[in-house]
Design a protein around this ligand. Sequence first.
Ligand code: NAP
Length: 233
Amino acid sequence: MILILGGTGEARELAARVPAVSSLAGRVSTPALPVGEVRIGGFGGVDGLAQWLRDNGITAVVDATHPFARQITANAFEACARVGVPFLVLRRPGFDPQPGWLWVDDVAGAARAIPGSRVFLTTGRQDLAEFAGCPQWFLARMVEPPEPPMPQRIEVLLSRGPFTVDGELALMREHRIDVLVTKDSGGRMTSAKLEAARRLGIPVVIVRRPPLPPAETVADVDAAVRWLGTAGA
Ligand code: NAP
């Protein structure tokens, strides 16, 4: 049996093409579910995951988690090496970089480098605490309601997308946004805000992806399906 570590559109696409069990972290109360078997919740670190791979007769693991889900990818790399199960990372490419973007290494760096006062923030609920001490006003878009700490001056917009350039233009104009702070998540579904920012001449602060473990990596679902064929999973 193949294990797909999920939480992304690519993971759902892959689950629709190969028989597999998909795993979700359980962060979202009403997740978009992949077809096929699904398990939800953490494994209990590297030890728990290694045990789970053995107990469930897993023959290959595809990590199709979000590019910023660093911990689960590191854990899966180590657990697969320990148990001797083939491991592949499926990561969509990052956004096409535009001149003038301000690149930072992490979310804390973004919080220190905001060149504006009315911020459109799309780094996600889990990173909101990093902006708690910021004096700016924030329009923060996320899927689930956040918990404190968070910035004092904030409007939370609960939305899962997909988003259009026209919609993002209207949103940024309506809220008189003067800077966009986001992550290099990649993908068409979330790139509309970047195009809208470009058209409005709004500066963009963008967080670099965390490094990947030295695992075999592919950029699209077709390549992951081919790899599963050759991995004999
Ligand atoms: P993370 O920091 O890498 O992982 C933290 C812990 O959550 C892991 O150690 C693991 O717990 C558990 N976990 C994460 N992904 C899991 C999965 N697919 N199945 C089972 N357990 C999982 O992850 P995160 O950034 O919190 O992201 C959680 C999930 O949300 C991921 O599946 C990711 O694809 C999705 N997501 C993340 C972002 C983002 O910006 N980070 C955005 C969109 C979607 P144990 O150690 O107990 O196994």
